[in-house]
Design a protein around this ligand. Structure first.
Ligand SMILES: *Cc1c(COP(=O)(O)O)cnc(C)c1O
Length: 475
């Protein structure tokens, strides 16, 4: 029994030393280390002291205090970064870490990360080497470029290209391509940070070659085209084809650069997907440099790839900013492994998760829905009905913004009309609080789980079985 008078209750609180003498504490120290256990016991006692002073004293036994401390230690031991099930219907989801990595890349990361590696060491000559050497040949082989380099991400690639080739000079860009990718990547802002002056050309929906021709002056550094990756301008539109831009650039002795954004290395049409411009096509159309992401359609780690003319790449490599934007050995290893998968296009679909998910047949997804629906209904009880619905997945991350992929979803609808909004929100919270959080979306009065990206059905089911309780918070 706890004394309800604060002074007496405070005296009833055990000391840290006394708690440390208990067997449970030894067990905790084994798991978390002495320092963490001592700190957490102290913090737990402090919280209880405050509760007591607020007249809120509960059970102050040694067992209770240690149990509270154990909960805290457990919670603090969990990283806030954790795998989730992406059932949003957006395959390459920037907020959910974009491309899942292929097994070959994971193995390469492990191999390279756990020991010293010749990142910048030339084994033939026994001298300092260049970290770009590990990827350059492969990128050139796959894209047809003369030279290539890689940086931290595509935003960095664009920044570095502009800063190297256009500092204190002008860059004309079509008004239809002044994109914002999300976060703070906006072409006009990047231009400013790169130290160059954006010259807006044409109109939002229509830009002609003559608009570009009229914008070129002695102050022009290069011509630039930006792939409008996350939206489409439809209707009365015109953009200048790459070939025409390239010809105009050549006429004035200027480089023509294209920011592709996504950058797949294969013709998506051969996999039954809508066409997305590739670096190799764009270089063939006359671009002097292309930039693209490593973790969008390419399906690899976060990286930015710059490929094209050797003299321009050489200049870019000499920019001191390159050092601040470079990739570490794990990224180089992973990117190398992913690029190698492209050397065997026949098996790319099975080996590269992004492509496997994008090309997953709708029948296969529907079968998965049929298997999961009854189990989910069982765990949810009467409060929600589970139905299988056709839906449309998005490719995501600004790739092919208007294209949709037919898919199948589980739609969870509250049985009671009254309070259904709150019930849906509560359900979404409960799914997010699972050990491996499930991220879906609320749409049209239902909680929708698009199953396209659910490859591990067993893991999904198992956690429902072991701990799903939509009525309460984390079990
Ligand atoms: C996504 C994108 C970027 C930014 O690439 P990150 O790899 O996310 O830095 C730049 N330009 C275009 C056109 C894009 O689609």
């Amino acid at each position: 029994m706890t004394d309800t008078k604060p002074d007496n209750a405070l005296r009833a609180l055990p000391s840290v030393d006394k708690l440390l003498g208990r067997a449970e504490a030894a067990f905790l120290i084994d798991g978390h280390g002495r320092r963490a256990v001592v700190d957490t016991l102290r913090a737990t006692l402090e919280t209880l002291r405050r509760d007591v002073l607020a007249g809120d004293a509960g059970d102050l036994s040694d067992e209770k205090v240690i149990a509270l401390a154990a909960d805290r230690l457990e919670a603090e031991a969990r990283s806030s970064l954790t795998p989730v099930f992406n059932l949003t219907g957006t395959v390459i989801h920037t907020n959910l870490g974009r491309a899942p990595m292929p097994a070959a890349a994971l193995a390469a990361i492990e191999r390279t990360a756990q020991s010293a590696a010749n990142v910048e060491y030339d084994l033939d000559r026994g001298k300092r080497g260049d970290r770009d050497d590990h990827l350059e040949n492969l990128i050139c082989r796959l894209t047809g470029a003369e030279a290539a380099t890689t940086v931290n991400n595509n935003a960095a690639a664009v920044l570095l290209v502009l800063n190297t080739l256009a500092q204190r000079k002008e860059v004309p860009v079509s008004r239809g391509e002044l994109i914002e990718i999300g976060g703070s990547f906006r072409i006009p802002d990047i231009m400013k940070r790169a130290g160059c002056k954006l010259v807006e050309v044409g109109t939002t929906n229509r830009t002609h070659l003559k608009d570009f021709a009229g914008a070129v002056s002695a102050r022009t550094a290069l011509l630039m085209k930006v792939h409008t990756s996350n939206y489409a301008v439809e209707g009365f539109t015109k953009a200048v084809p790459e070939e025409d831009m390239a010809a105009l650039a050549r006429e004035h002795g200027l480089p023509f650069i294209v920011d592709l954004g996504s950058g797949t290395l294969v013709d998506f049409r051969t996999y039954g997907l809508p066409y997305e411009p590739t670096p190799q096509d764009t270089l063939k159309q006359g671009a002097d440099l292309v930039t693209f992401s490593g973790d969008k359609l390419l399906g690899g780690p976060q990286a930015g790839i710059i490929a094209g003319r050797a003299d321009l790449v050489a200049k870019i490599k000499k920019n001191p900013m390159k050092r601040a934007l470079r990739n570490d050995k794990m990224i180089i290893a992973a990117l190398d492994a992913v690029l190698r998968l492209y050397l065997d296009p026949d098996r790319l679909c099975q080996r590269l998760p992004v492509l496997r998910l994008l090309t997953r047949p709708v029948d296969d997804i529907r079968d998965s829905a049929e298997r999961l629906a009854p189990a989910l209904q069982h765990h949810l009880g009467d409060a929600f009905t589970v139905a299988i619905e056709d839906c449309q997945s998005q490719i995501g991350s600004g790739s092919l913004p208007v294209e949709r992929l037919p898919s199948a979803a589980l739609a969870l609808t509250p049985t009671a009309k009254r309070g259904s909004g709150a019930a849906l929100k509560g359900l979404a919270v409960a799914f997010r609080q699972l050990p491996r959080p499930v991220i879906g979306r609320i749409h049209g009065g239902a909680f929708i789980l698009d199953l396209r990206c659910l490859e591990d059905e067993a893991a999904f089911l198992e956690q429902l079985q072991s701990c799903f309780d939509p009525k309460g918070p984390r079990p």
